[in-house]
Design a protein around this ligand. Structure first.
Ligand code: SF4
Ligand code: SF4
Length: 277
């Protein structure tokens, strides 16, 4: 897929014509098209948190391993907000999961692959509580799916491609990214520590689980035992908790209770960890 999503944005050379969910468009991708797999031979795919969760489970590895072996970190904005791109095959721009038969991870393919040849734009005005989404058709010369006679509504295509679930699970994370962008310089440049925290909480669900087991987490956050068990045993709940953590740390949206003596304990532990000179 040569178009890309970046937290809800798809970059394309094509000027988007705005479409709503009930509008129809002509497109059909199937193994019989002459261009089958052409789009997977030159990819630029930005991954979302839920994409990574699905792909790492598909491959039977941790998210930490997946990030190292299969992705490249990049800056999504001028402040270095980290994004993650899917790596290519070596010496080629082709997707590493492309096989002779087609996509080797089809049931767990990323949302950018599911969306294509639709693009989506999410916008959040400064004063608005929620973002606004609209859609457009991405037409690229190599893609012959636009010549196929089938038409469908945007809504039907999203459902058929399984985009609804992905969007719902990533929604809170997209809000964080959009809010960070719309705040712009008012938030100031985040420290490298908070950018690393964004990376961990967004993309590395297995690393986040380890953080939850650490003294640094337990001395700061007041989580009851049943909920902690859920967090440690259900990675979708854990991923969504990571988004809440991000909102709390980046924007002060406090939804996770803190221990009353959290700050004192953290300072004492840091002092104890410092080497004696
Ligand atoms: S993940 Fe699958 S559909 Fe997406 S670019 Fe790679 S091979 Fe193509
Ligand atoms: S029709 Fe378009 S999306 Fe489908 S394989 Fe061809 S280039 Fe890719």
């Amino acid at each position: 897929m040569s178009s890309q999503t970046t937290a809800g944005f798809i970059k394309s050379p094509v000027q988007p014509v705005r479409m709503e969910l009930d509008e129809r468009f002509q497109f059909h991708c199937h193994p019989g098209v002459a261009c089958f797999n052409a789009c997977c031979k030159s990819i630029d795919i930005t991954l979302t948190p839920y994409d990574i969760l699905r792909l790492k489970n598909r491959l039977g590895i941790t998210s930490t391993e997946f990030l190292v072996r299969h992705t490249t970190r990049f800056d999504m904005d001028a402040h270095g907000l980290p994004g993650v791109k899917l790596d290519h095959q070596s010496n080629s721009k082709a997707c590493q999961f492309l096989t002779e038969e087609g996509c080797g991870v089809y049931q767990d393919r990323p949302s950018a692959c599911r969306y294509y040849a639709l693009g989506t734009v999410s916008m959040r005005k400064k004063a608005a509580a929620n973002e606004e989404n609209f859609y457009f058709v991405v037409k690229e010369d190599h893609c012959l799916g636009h010549n196929e006679p089938k038409t469908q509504m945007v809504r039907e295509y999203r459902h058929e491609q399984g985009v609804d679930d992905y969007d719902e699970l990533n929604a809170e994370w997209r809000q964080v990214v959009l809010k960070k962008r719309s705040c712009g310089p008012t938030l100031g440049k985040p420290s490298s520590r908070s950018l690393d925290f964004f990376y961990l909480s967004s993309y590395d669900v297995d690393g986040l689980r380890e953080f939850l087991k650490s003294p640094g987490f337990s001395e700061t956050y007041d989580i009851d035992e049943p909920f902690m068990r859920q967090l440690l045993n259900d990675e979708v709940i854990l991923m969504k908790f990571g988004f809440r953590l991000l909102k709390q740390v980046l924007f002060g949206e406090a939804t996770i209770p803190l221990k009353p003596d959290a700050l004192e304990k953290r300072i004492a532990r840091r002092r104890a960890e410092q080497p004696i000179s």
